[in-house]
Ligand binder design. Structure first.
Ligand SMILES: Cc1ncc(COP(=O)(O)O)c(C=O)c1O
Length: 470
């Protein structure tokens, strides 16, 4: 039986499970743990290393989720065969679709400023585990059968309450449709709204939705932005009758759409018989000023389709997102699309329902707001301290990422490659632009949700060196 010996240090800020996970991943990538090797059981490894079984379990789960390890029923966990060619290949043209794939990070990366990451060490593992088990009691055996196509009602009731209180969305649970991710929602909406319509999106905008629209074969126009968000004159001049926007925190530039632009957008939709898809992906995290309620809350004519997700505020792997349909679209959905079954597991729905209903959700959100605010403030302080006026920071009002325009005459790919050489992963912004429309000064995207404060410190110090900013 394989023994694994690793020095884990509980004094480090990095949690033990991450230390164990990184160690095992390194051993696999570097070939010391070979494919098909059986890993020790949770119990054995936890006794051997003097750590809890939960720590081992969490590290193992992460390795399984990332494909490093496979679980074989009744046999145990085995090292997977790694395709070495999935490790990042450097390419000049970052806007290629291939670059949207999330490759495992090279082993040399010390700090990953990925914008899709969240603070894993703050996830309430024990509560979630307890509620997951509770959802599996025999009295709940009905959950093993198919549920309501829109998602289970108790969860929709909780979501409606939360949306009203936290985001100013006015809706009945009947208007909510739960589904596995924003891209699924976008795909579904093109069917519901019709593929003959012309769609518009912010340019730059959320690349995953853009590709989902394109793959549906609809005509999609990129509309440029000014400091308040989507440019109304360009939208008005276009033939679009559906506009996809991120008003609470423009993705990726980060501006918050002011009320005047929101009213203009609603006016456009009313006058042109159009719809607005409001993607409110991280609207819970706002750091300056008062919370700005959703666009949906201002809409009295049934023009706004609200999209929400638990990916940023809870965990991305849950794959629970939802849309709120305005009444005219709801009847079309019920008449024409009721054949489509729900895509999210009822067990996860029930766990999330219990989590919300018992008050854990609002506590978690409160906690995460404080955590992310603190991380952002550490990041901004360090950027000012180390980079001074050699950079411009963009989009600090909300969310889990900022953009950094670096004035050192490096191109976007040079900034990324130089950072990677010192072990720091920062991300391109050009991928969010329509082809050939990226003409700005080089900018990189820095997510801070998934990094610890000491990693932020380390990362910014290394970037100062990599980008020669002294
Ligand atoms: C702009 C935007 N919308 C939506 C999402 C969430 O997508 P999903 O619900 O598929 O996880 C993200 C996550 O990164 C995002 O950046």
């Amino acid at each position: 039986m394989l023994e694994i010996t690793v020095t884990l240090d509980s004094h480090l800020e990095e949690p033990l499970y991450l230390q164990l996970y990184s160690f095992l991943k390194k051993e696999m990538v570097e070939g010391r743990l070979t494919p098909d090797t059986k890993l020790p059981s949770k119990r054995k490894l936890s006794t051997h290393l003097g750590i809890s079984q939960t720590t081992v379990e969490t590290a193992y789960q992460q390795l399984i989720a990332e494909g490093y390890v496979k679980s074989e029923p009744r046999k145990g966990l085995f090292v997977n065969k790694l395709e070495m060619d999935i490790f990042p290949i450097k390419k000049e043209h970052v806007a290629a679709r291939d670059n949207f794939q999330q490759s495992p990070l090279p082993n040399s990366i010390i700090v990953d400023f990925g914008h899709g990451n969240i603070a894993l060490n703050e996830f309430p593992f024990s509560i979630w585990r307890k509620l997951t088990i509770q959802s599996l009691y025999e009295e709940e055996s009905h959950l093993l059968l198919s549920g309501h196509r829109q998602g289970d009602l108790p969860l929709r009731v909780e979501i409606a309450k939360y949306l009203y209180q936290s985001r100013g969305v006015r809706c009945e649970p009947d208007q909510i449709i739960i589904g596995a991710g924003t891209q699924y929602m976008v795909t579904f909406l093109t069917m519901l709204l019709g593929r003959e319509r012309v769609y518009a999106m912010e340019n730059p905008g959320f690349h995953r939705s853009r590709e989902a629209f394109r793959d549906q074969g609809v005509k999609l126009l990129g509309i440029s932005l000014d400091q308040d968000g989507i440019k109304m004159e360009d939208l008005r001049e276009s033939e679009a009758t559906v506009a996809y926007v991120t008003p609470s925190h423009q993705f990726p530039l980060g501006m918050v759409m002011p009320i005047s632009r929101r009213m203009e957008l609603l006016k456009w939709a009313n006058e042109t018989d159009s719809f607005i898809i409001e993607d409110d992906y991280d609207g819970e995290f706002r750091y300056t000023g008062r919370p700005i309620p959703s666009l949906q809350g201002l809409d009295h004519q049934g023009r706004v389709i609200y999209l929400g997700t638990f990916s940023k505020s809870l965990i991305p792997s849950l794959r629970i997102s939802f849309m709120v349909l305005p009444p005219p679209l709801l009847s079309r959905y019920q008449n024409r699309f009721s054949i489509y079954k729900q895509t999210v597991s009822r067990l996860h729905q029930q766990t999330l329902y219990l989590f919300m209903n018992e008050g854990h959700w609002s506590r978690h959100l409160q906690k995460m707001r404080t955590t992310y605010r603190r991380k952002q403030s550490t990041l901004l302080t360090l950027i000012t301290e180390k980079f001074g006026n050699q950079v411009t920071v963009i989009g600090v009002d909300s969310g889990l990422h900022i953009l950094l325009e670096v004035h050192n005459s490096m191109t976007e790919s040079e900034l990324i490659n130089h950072a990677e050489k010192v072990g720091v992963k920062v991300y391109p912004t050009s991928v969010y632009y329509d082809v050939n429309t990226y003409s700005l000064n080089p900018m990189v995207l820095i997510g801070y949700g998934g990094v610890t404060e000491s990693e932020i410190h380390n990362g910014i110090t290394l970037l100062q060196k990599a980008w020669e900013l002294f």
